[in-house]
Design a protein around this ligand. Structure first.
Ligand SMILES: [Mn+2]
Length: 248
């Protein structure tokens, strides 16, 4: 497995420090007992040049042979990664649907919208969303995106939701994107945007343990971790744990 560090903070909130996360997450993996056996690589991020940085990311992803986990960085990195993967299914874990009006280059606010509008994904499943605008709701409905809100996960239970997600992804190539704000802030306070009422660590670890049984799981990212907002490294540790859980 390859870990791809992408210390990018181009498409994100200016006062955030998400670019500091990849090194810290890799460092934290060393504290787990089962953490050996991966290669660490880094994508060159060019300051104030989103397009060139995104080209670097896409190029790097095309070169990778086998499963990888990308560590952001802000959520804009998911756009060039998925582009490099040639139309996979996207399983998107986020408190927000990231379908705001299209920007160019694609940012953390409209990454899913960009991918859908440019036909770079075969399908999208969203999980854990709990705050969206009217415009985003219309977009999601119009494009028939599969959505499991945080409330639905609570009502139906992660086990049943995972079964349904598995049913849709079986036989498909798929990529998983995890915005750390999908978790309840109680589990992951190190985020730029506190959004109460999210998923638990257990929920997502369970999901990953099932997903890695599927052959089509090609890669994953963990984005938007802000180490400076973290409490006692708990968010960094959770991100490291997710990375290790995805390993087949
Ligand atoms: Mn996001």
């Amino acid at each position: 497995m390859i870990i791809l560090k992408i210390p990018c903070n181009l498409g994100s909130l200016k006062e955030s420090h998400v670019e500091e996360a990849p090194d810290k997450i890799v460092e934290a993996t060393k504290e787990f007992f089962f953490s050996d056996g991966f290669e660490v690589e880094e994508v060159e991020v060019i300051k104030d040049n989103v397009s060139e940085t995104q080209e670097n990311i896409e190029k790097k992803v095309r070169e990778i042979d086998g499963f990888f986990v990308a560590l952001g960085g802000d959520h804009s990195i998911t756009y060039p990664i998925v582009k490099g993967l040639r139309r996979p299914w996207l399983l998107f874990l986020d408190a927000h649907p990231d379908c705001q009006s299209s920007f160019y280059p694609v940012s953390y606010e409209d990454v899913v919208r960009g991918l859908v509008e440019h036909d770079l994904v075969k399908g999208v499943i969203m999980l854990g969303v709990r705050n969206w605008s009217q415009e985003e709701r219309e977009f999601m409905r119009k494009h028939d995106l599969n959505v499991f809100t945080a409330n639905e996960v609570f009502e139906r239970g992660m086990k049943q939701v995972t079964d349904e997600v598995m049913g849709r992804l079986k036989g498909e190539r798929f990529y998983v994107s995890i915005d750390i704000d999908v978790f309840d802030p109680a589990f992951a306070p190190g985020t730029g945007w506190i959004e109460p009422g999210g998923l638990s660590s257990r929920d997502v670890i369970y999901l990953l343990r099932k997903l890695k049984l599927l052959k089509g799981f090609v890669g994953m990212d963990v984005v938007e971790v802000d180490p400076r907002k973290d409490v006692n490294d708990m968010t960094i540790k959770l991100a490291a744990r997710l990375l290790l859980e995805s390993k087949s």
